[in-house]
Design a protein around this ligand. Structure first.
Ligand SMILES: Nc1ncnc2c1ncn2[C@@H]1O[C@H](COP(=O)(O)OP(=O)(O)OP(=O)(O)O)[C@@H](O)[C@H]1O
Ligand SMILES: [Mg+2]
Length: 351
């Protein structure tokens, strides 16, 4: 959101569970996968989106780069979580230049923190559908320390950050690359990671509503860990379906189901909130991305309790991918690259 570029860049998604790297090659109208990679981060390297152990982070990033070998040092990053505010506001008709002058003041009213502590940006969405003579404007603000930490860390390994986006918007970019936008269809996109679940409800290429829910796969892992007094690593593998030696399989399912209930309820609250603001819209379906989209039982619970069509997304649906990538294991983490793919297609001026 905050910088613009014409240069070739790659997408780097810094998650708390892993760092994902995607570089695409654009030819006329299609994209081809050029570079892909993932590196897992030790637990607590990143907490709540903040880099806690920068040495480990930098070492991990360095080894990702030396294995994946992207062809440029220019990179697009993204942030999410509590340090990021996205808000749709109405303003009287003014030009983009006038709005750029007024934006600090406009943003300040909606911030729970000081304007000095954030980077802000905006996008004019068009004439307001609700209030005549007004414009819909999307405001975005991100805590400077969060953005600066990420930029500083990637510069340490010789990269040059040119774009800093928001996870929810990167997911939308990736979705719009892969799917034909059907008029007036409202789609709820959800990226379920280890710490966060990013939601973006989109319609006709516009974001109607975004929210970052503080829930991710770690909640399930920690719940299993506590209940059975096992290590985080063992709890992770039980969660991901490895046979749980000595553990009661029914108890495992019950604990996972309880955590699934929590996220399903949060999704329901999000949907209710959305319908309050957009009473005439109907969510057509929900599409899931992120590692936790694979959690056993999640899709069925969402379908049953929300009464929605729920699908697993495919970040590479319209991207040409050589067999060599699949042979090297891309299928094991392809759904986790949703944000990195969205970042990889960022170019000059596409706000
Ligand atoms: N088969 C599986 N079943 C259940 N959970 C899985 C499976 N595969 C991966 N996960 C979980 O997905 C999460 C990692 O997903 P992802 O890479 O999207 O997270 P992240 O981007 O690193 O995290 P965040 O952005 O929330 O900080 C982990 O919690 C991991 O345990
Ligand atoms: Mg993530």
């Amino acid at each position: 959101m905050f910088f613009k570029t014409k240069k070739e860049i790659f997408g780097l998604d810094i998650g708390s569970h892993s760092i994902k790297l995607i570089e695409l090659k654009k030819s006329k109208r299609s994209y081809k996968l050029k570079t892909a990679g993932i590196k897992f981060l030790p637990k607590d390297t990143i907490i709540d989106g903040s880099i806690m152990d920068s040495t480990t982070f930098i070492d991990t990033l360095r080894s990702l780069l030396s294995e994946a070998k992207p062809s440029t040092k220019f990179v697009a990053l993204s942030v999410s979580g509590q340090g990021v505010i996205v808000k749709k506001i109405n303003v009287p008709f003014i030009t983009e230049e006038e709005l750029a002058d007024a934006i600090q003041w406009e943003t300040e009213q909606y911030l729970p923190f000081s304007i000095q502590d954030v980077y802000c940006d905006f996008k004019i969405l068009g004439e307001s559908t609700e209030i005549q003579g007004q414009l819909d404007v999307l405001l975005v603000a991100a805590k400077k320390d969060l953005v600066d930490d990420y930029q500083h860390a990637v510069r340490e390994v010789g990269l040059e950050p040119l774009v800093v986006d928001i996870d929810a918007f990167a997911m939308q970019n990736m979705y719009e690359l892969n799917e034909s936008l059907s008029e007036d269809k409202v789609v709820m996109l959800a990226n379920l990671g280890a710490s966060f679940t990013n939601i973006n409800i989109v319609k006709n290429g516009n974001s109607l509503f975004t929210r970052d829910i503080i829930w991710g796969g770690n909640k399930v892992t920690e719940s299993l860990q506590k209940n059975f007094a096992i290590t985080f690593e063992d709890a992770e593998s039980v969660k991901c379906g490895k046979p749980a030696e000595g553990l009661d399989i029914n108890e495992v399912s019950t604990i996972i189901a309880q955590e699934i209930d929590n996220i399903v309820n949060e999704m329901q609250r999000t949907i209710n909130f959305f319908y309050n603001s957009y009473p005439n819209d109907v969510i057509d379906k929900m599409v899931l991305y992120g590692g936790t989209a694979h959690l056993a039982g999640l899709i069925d619970a969402l379908k049953n309790k929300l009464g929605l069509v729920v699908e697993l997304g495919n970040p590479f649906k319209r991207i040409a991918v050589d067999d060599s990538f699949w042979n090297r294991g891309l299928q094991n983490y392809s759904i986790q690259t949703a944000i990195a793919v969205g970042l990889a297609i960022r170019r000059l001026g596409d706000r």
